[in-house]
Design a protein around this ligand. Structure first.
Ligand code: HEC
Length: 109
């Protein structure tokens, strides 16, 4: 609320706040930060805090064994993979899984 009021006062208005644009993703369910936090909580124990691998493979790789497209990643997370990747479909909502896929597809700076 306060941030909106400030932006509004600056004449840009809330809707045009740059941090609210998400590049036109079809399911803009959760903020990008949510994916990061979900990753730290559910995935980092196996894939490392920065996703660079541990028990599970390095997720900063440019190519994934099971495909590095949004649909492949959503399937990997929700259904699991035979080599030790657990299924999260019953623990995480579709929006949370989408946020995780977006997080993995976002280039790290
Ligand atoms: C118990 C350890 C463990 C946890 C927790 C875990 N993973 Fe994995 N993950 C693995 C392993 C092991 C593989 C390799 C599976 C294979 O090759 O069949 C994998 C594979 C993957 C892949 C596919 C990589 C590829 O090359 O195709 C993705 C994407 C992935 N994990 C994302 C996640 C995300 C996101 C989370 C958190 C929601 C998560 N993982 C949590 C162990 C884990």
């Amino acid at each position: 609320m306060a941030a909106c009021a400030v932006l509004f006062a600056l004449g840009s208005g809330c809707r045009q706040a740059p941090e609210q644009q998400n590049g036109g993703a079809p399911v803009p369910a959760l903020a990008p930060e949510a994916g990061k936090q979900l990753f730290a909580h559910h995935c980092a124990p196996c894939h490392g805090t920065d996703g660079r691998g541990g028990v599970g493979p390095d997720l900063s790789a440019t190519r994934y064994r099971y495909g590095k497209y949004r649909d492949d990643i959503v399937k990997t997370i929700s259904s699991g993979r035979p080599g030790g990747m657990p299924a999260f479909g019953s623990q995480l909502s579709a929006a949370e899984i989408a946020a995780l896929a977006d997080h993995l597809l976002t280039p790290k700076r």
